[in-house]
Design a protein. Structure first.
Length: 207
């Protein structure tokens, strides 16, 4: 009884906050970065969205969206020369992506139609490996090594998603494989032209 009361009280507080937080503050926070005073409001808004989303497929879509958003924020901070949030944002993006995989797997086991979501997952896996490659290239040489292990963990998770997609639908995986091969060639060309860029994701490319 006490637990139920606490739960409903919590929901009531959240509803009140949603109704009374000024809309202009929410809009101002939407593009904010971790160095902004509005960022905590942005993350609070994201957590509310997840809290009130009960369908596994819709929640998985949110997690993929937020995983992308964390990497976009990381890239923006890198361009400003701010690397103080790098580990935090990498880990948060990875957690969101891992949770999305779990939700998709759970929805599939429940017999839900997940083909469209698998396409979205494939697109994420392809685009984000390139995004991570670009982010890694932004790091100054003296600090690259300190972040490499965190990037490598993301690589392992992306590999898991490739296998997950392959087991679900080989045609989706084949399209992903071709796209990865195309991007792999572009990375190799950039290395050959620039000479110094490291191909951290070469091991992801189809052999």
């Amino acid at each position: 009884m006490a637990k139920s009361l606490i739960f409903y009280l919590g929901v009531l507080i959240l509803v009140i906050l949603i109704l009374f937080i000024p809309k202009y503050l929410v809009n101002a926070s939407s593009e904010s970065l971790p160095d902004s005073p509005f960022y905590s409001l942005k993350r609070f808004s994201e957590n509310l969205q997840k809290f009130f989303t009960f369908d596994e497929i819709e929640k998985a879509k949110l997690e993929l969206k937020f995983a992308k958003r964390r990497l976009k924020e990381l890239e923006a901070l890198n361009k400003k020369g701010d690397f103080s949030h790098t580990v935090e944002l990498l880990q948060q993006s990875q957690r969101s992506f891992a949770h999305a995989l779990e939700l998709i797997n759970y929805a599939q086991k429940k017999g839900k139609e997940v083909s469209d979501l698998m396409e979205e997952l494939s697109e994420f896996s392809s685009n984000q490996q390139q995004k991570l490659e670009d982010i890694y290239a932004q790091f100054p040489e003296p600090i690259k090594k300190s972040f490499q292990s965190y990037i490598s963990r993301f690589i392992i998770l992306l590999k898991d998603s490739f296998n997950f997609i392959k087991n679900f639908d080989k045609s989706i995986f084949e399209r992903l494989e071709k796209e990865l091969e195309r991007k792999y060639k572009l990375i190799k060309e950039a290395i050959e032209k620039g000479g110094s860029r490291e191909c951290l994701f070469c091991k992801l490319a189809p052999k």
